[in-house]
Design a protein around this ligand. Structure first.
Ligand code: FCB
Length: 474
């Protein structure tokens, strides 16, 4: 914290400026429909699995739901003004499938398309490049009732939905992300049961994983057919993984964990099929793959979206008391790295992990372009009596991660953009409103938005109006 009132808020942090990055770099924020929109009964929107899940007692902290969230459905012009104030030139948002097809199949609801059409026009009018994510976790509940992503039919349903949306918006939206973090949909939603739909079955989770990747591959040519000059890709949550000790057992465990966290996604997307070492460990739980699926999954992406939050340090769990090889065939245990700062969520703060991760993905998979589609932190923000919100830890997180992103450029990583998570404090899934990730504070009682200190710094960064040598002021 600054002691001098005139000291820059980033004193002591690495010097990083927008002009350290290429001029055509994309700067923005990311959001997701269910986390901000509210308006769950507006204009014929159908029920999503997150409506059902959040209204099921005991699933979300404090019984919170996304019924109102940030009321972005009604307040989107104000929120787009905020993005403009930040000096952003891009915005990543997601489309709520149940607003477009209330039951997940059949004719499109024009009112739903109109909502996103107005949003897109509002973005373009403000000089913001729209980045649309087709699936950020709000599956129509009616599809879930038919098996959801566990059913292979979901692949065809997703392609139909992608067709409807890209036909309607593709004249103006050129950047499309099929899925956000299939890891979470598959494993948090179907193995651990902590996200919607709350299933706890590893075999089913792995089948869901396969259907998600397949639906991505099925949607890519649909997007390209409907959108002239489309840039299409997928967003993965990836983690640098290291062993807890130099022992052969921990080193092997780290390799297996990397298999489940990273290679299970990257290998098939980049044409290598599922990693043989992981499939072997999974044995009978491995997903059923039909001939032709892997080729469909491996179609060329124009970019890879990476969400980076934290690295993981891993130990061998084979001999842990109570270890069940059927529930945890990879037999790994994430351990606390000593001396590492953590966010309020308990996530380790390791900016150099971003450099390591991006460099590794570039070296091992060479995607044509990489975008950081999410990166951010949650802390218990201090609201001052005058209403200002000072968040020095989030500010430090942001500055350090931007410096780490910059460090990848010298290594030749084709990094083209950065989307901070998130524009607004919002409904943080199973944590409800407990976790604030926004550069903007939201008072959920009044819906008042207040740019936090971190947001004010990001605005100066995006406008390239930081002092010449930030971080060196005494
Ligand atoms: C990511 C999600 C995003 C948000 C952040 C904190 O895993 O994609 O919706 O919840 O974590």
């Amino acid at each position: 914290m600054n002691t001098r009132p005139d000291a820059p808020v980033d004193a002591g942090l690495p010097a990083v400026r927008r002009s350290d990055f290429p001029a055509d770099f994309r700067w923005g924020c990311a959001t997701a429909s269910y986390q901000i929109e509210g308006g769950v009964h507006e204009a014929g929107r159908g029920e999503s699995i997150w409506d059902r899940f959040s209204h099921t007692p005991g699933k979300v902290k404090n019984g919170d739901t996304g019924d109102t969230a940030c009321d972005h459905y009604h307040r989107w012009p104000e929120d787009l003004d905020l993005l403009q104030r930040l000096g952003a030139n891009a915005y990543r948002f997601s489309i709520a499938w149940p607003r477009i097809q209330p039951t997940g199949r059949g004719a499109a609801l024009q009112a739903g398309l109109d909502f996103y059409s107005r949003l897109v026009d509002g973005l373009l009018a403000r000089g913001l490049q729209p980045w649309a994510t087709l699936y950020h976790w709000d599956l129509p509940q009616a599809l879930q009732d038919e098996g959801g992503w566990m059913a292979r039919d979901s692949v065809a349903r997703f392609a139909d939905y992608a067709d409807i949306v890209t036909r309607a918006l593709g004249d103006r939206v050129k950047h499309w992300i099929t899925h956000n973090e299939p890891f979470c949909t598959a494993f948090l939603g179907h193995q651990h049961g902590v996200h919607a739909p709350g299933v706890k079955d590893l075999g089913l989770a792995l089948q869901v994983h396969h259907h998600l990747l397949l639906s991505h591959g099925r949607a890519l040519p649909v997007i390209r057919a409907n959108v002239a000059d489309a840039q299409a890709g997928i967003t993965l949550s990836l983690h640098p993984i290291s062993p807890a000790s130099p022992s052969a057992a921990d080193v092997a465990a780290a390799r297996r964990h990397d298999g489940g966290r990273n290679r299970l996604f990257l290998d098939p997307l980049f044409g290598r099929g599922y990693p043989a070492d992981v499939i072997e460990r999974l044995g009978p739980l491995a997903p059923r793959v039909v001939a032709g699926d892997l080729a469909e999954i491996a179609q060329r992406c124009d970019f890879l979206g990476i969400n980076y939050y934290f690295p993981e340090v891993v130990a061998d769990a084979t001999h842990d008391a109570g270890h069940d090889p059927l529930k945890d065939p990879l037999a790994t245990r994430v351990v606390d790295a000593p001396g590492v700062a953590r966010t309020a969520f308990g996530w380790p703060v390791v900016p150099e992990g971003l450099t390591e991760l991006l460099t590794r993905v570039h070296r091992d998979y060479a995607p044509p372009a990489i975008y950081i589609t999410e990166n951010g932190s949650t802390f218990d923000d201090q609201v001052q009596p005058d209403g200002a919100v000072h968040d020095p830890q989030r500010l430090a997180f942001l500055v350090r991660h931007l410096a780490a992103a910059r460090d990848t450029l010298a290594a030749g990583v084709p990094l083209k953009g950065y989307f901070a998570w998130s524009l607004l404090d919002n409904f943080e899934w199973a944590e409800g409103y407990l976790r604030r990730f926004g550069l903007t504070h939201v008072d959920f009682a009044t819906q008042q938005r207040t740019l936090k200190t971190s947001g004010q710094w990001y605005a100066r960064f995006c406008r390239d109006s930081l002092p010449a040598a930030p971080g060196t002021a005494g």
